[in-house]
Every structure is written in structure tokens, then in C-alpha cells.
Design a protein around this ligand. Structure first.
Ligand SMILES: [Zn+2]
Length: 315
């Protein structure tokens, strides 16, 4: 049974595979507290739970919270949200960097200034088997990232550790990718012995290049069509058209949907986001994307595959 923040759940139902509850910058909060109303755990947890309950009312049962270390993961706060909402939250482990590792890891491990063991895989496995921090919450997904810089040495160490933790635990992998970097990610993971059908190439939906997307699919991975609402990267019409085209070509069994949205994120100015990305919120898929897909001929069965069947198989 898949793990969630409140324990294993028999059936996750309709699942958004790439979301975030809290994106926090603890070092900024400690030193330059700049949120006028402050960051109070209970207040923020209640706010976030209300947003997730609204999502439940739109037919979504579960989210995967891909906030890993590097994005301000603070599991006690998210666990409190999970206690307050009826939406299941699957936790993730991994490390988010596009470039170098944080010094804690960069100064350890083979080839580093001080040498010694690389502890990344050990920590990822601990999150999955024992639980995150002292919360007892077990991670159900592994995450690694590379972006416009490609597979830097720091990114590669994370990918290697994620592959090791995956092979030890069987927990699936999702990536953050910038196109066409998904292919490089697949090559590395496959070379490390990972079955690519256990991997979601995240943010693949930012691309409109069907040849690239079908190359990723041919290698067996799922594609994250997971940034609905981030119009400046790819607009609504393009994102919908790509999903509809891939469904028409028979790939609905390999696509997952999401927003890459946050209940609360201190790295954005919320007012600016509301103005410039009015659809960048958790309800966009249910309210706007699914109707647009139906209009373009995507069937109920295909929507069920993308929201229910595929997440169930992955998790
Ligand atoms: Zn994300």
C-alpha cells in the first residue's frame, strides 16, 4: 500500500503527481523575516488544509508533495496539514539542486575537499524506511533534478544516490527536468540499473516537441504534464494541445497531470503570481484543463488513466 503522511492508504484515487504544500526559506525566515504576518505553523497549516479541501471538492483525492531538501522541506508542518485535510499527501525524499550540492554534502563524499562517505543515499533510504526527521512520516517518492546546466557533478551525485535508494527500496522516482534534458536523465538512470518505467520525467509537459516526448515515452518513462498554470513557460493552449495529441497517439497510459503549485511559497510574491499567473493554483486542472481536454476529444477513460490508473501503478 502506498505511504502517505498519515500512514499507508489502500487507494489514492485521483492524484496530482507534482505539487507542493509549503516552499520555505528557513535561513531567510531566521535572519530577514519578511512575511508581514509571520509564518505561524498552525495558521499556515489551516490555510493549506482549506486549499486542499477545496481540491477534494473538485474530485482530487491525493497529491504527491515533491518538496524535498533544497526547497525548504519541513515535514512537521505538512503532517499537520495532512491531519486537517481529507486529501492524502504522499511525501517525497531527495535533494533539489540544479548545480552544486549544499556544503553539508559537497564537503563529504568521494572527490570532495574532506572526503569520506557520500551520505545522500543513506538519508534517502532512512526517509523511506524509518521516516523523515522525527515525524515517522515515510517518503513514498524519490526526486532528483537537473536543469539548464545539464547533469552537473552535483546533480549526478543526487541521481546516483536516488537510483541507489530506489533499487534498495523500490520507491518510484520523479525528476525535475528542463527540456530536452529528460533524455540525459533517462540515460544516467538506466545506466545505474533503474527500470525507466519506474520513473516520471517531471516537467516534460513544458515541451511542445512531440518527437522529444515520444522518445522519452519509447524508453518507458511516464511524463509529468505537471505545470498547468505556469503560462510563461508554456501557455494553457499549448499544454492542453500536447496532452490531447499524446492521448490521440495512444500514450494516455504514460501521462500524469499536475500544477507544480504551492499552498504557500515564500519564494514568490503571492500578489504578483496572482496577477501574472492567475491560473497557477491547485484547482486549475479540475476546473479548466479537464474540460479543455474533453473538448479536444480526450475520453473519460483516458482522463481516468492519467489521474487514477497511472498514479496507482507508479506509487
Ligand atoms: Zn515542483
Amino acid at each position: 500500500m502506498p505511504e502517505t503522511m498519515t500512514g499507508p492508504v489502500a487507494d489514492l484515487g485521483a492524484t496530482l503527481m507534482h505539487e507542493h504544500v509549503f516552499g520555505l526559506s528557513p535561513e531567510i525566515l531566521w535572519n530577514w523575516p519578511d512575511i508581514p504576518e509571520g509564518w505561524d505553523l498552525e495558521t499556515r497549516a489551516r490555510e493549506a488544509a482549506a486549499k486542499l479541501d477545496a481540491l477534494k471538492a473538485e474530485g482530487i483525492d491525493s497529491i504527491v508533495d515533491l518538496t524535498v531538501v533544497g526547497l525548504g522541506r519541513y515535514t512537521p508542518a505538512v503532517r499537520r496539514v495532512a491531519e486537517l485535510t481529507s486529501v492524502n499527501i504522499v511525501a517525497a525524499t531527495g535533494l533539489y539542486t540544479y548545480d552544486a550540492l549544499p556544503p553539508y554534502f559537497g564537503n563529504r563524499g568521494p572527490g570532495s575537499l574532506f572526503g569520506g562517505r557520500d551520505r545522500l543515499a543513506e538519508f534517502f533510504v532512512r526517509d523511506i524506511t524509518t521516516g523523515i526527521g522525527r515525524t515517522g512520516v515515510k517518503a513514498g517518492m524519490l526526486k532528483c533534478a537537473s536543469d539548464h546546466l545539464g547533469m552537473t557533478p552535483g546533480c549526478e551525485r543526487v541521481f546516483r544516490a536516488v537510483a541507489e535508494a530506489h533499487l534498495e527500496t523500490g520507491v518510484p522516482i520523479t525528476t525535475h527536468s528542463a527540456q530536452p534534458g529528460g533524455l540525459e536523465q533517462q540515460r544516467l538512470l538506466a545506466s545505474l540499473g533503474v527500470d525507466l518505467s519506474r520513473v516520471v520525467i517531471g516537467h516534460a509537459g513544458d515541451s511542445t516537441d512531440l518527437a522529444y516526448l515520444e522518445e522519452l515515452l519509447a524508453a518507458g518513462s511516464y511524463l509529468g504534464m505537471d505545470r498547468f498554470g505556469i503560462e510563461t513557460i508554456s501557455p494553457f493552449e499549448d499544454r492542453v494541445a500536447v496532452v490531447a495529441a499524446l492521448c490521440e497517439r495512444g500514450h494516455a497510459d504514460r501521462l500524469v497531470l499536475s500544477h507544480d503549485s504551492y499552498c504557500f511559497n515564500d519564494r514568490f510574491d503571492a500578489d504578483v503570481v496572482r496577477r501574472r499567473h492567475p491560473n497557477y493554483h491547485l484547482l486549475h486542472v479540475s476546473r479548466d484543463v479537464l474540460p479543455a481536454l474533453r473538448e479536444r476529444g480526450v475520453t473519460e477513460e483516458q482522463i481516468h488513466q492519467m489521474l487514477v490508473g497511472n498514479p496507482r501503478r507508479i506509487l
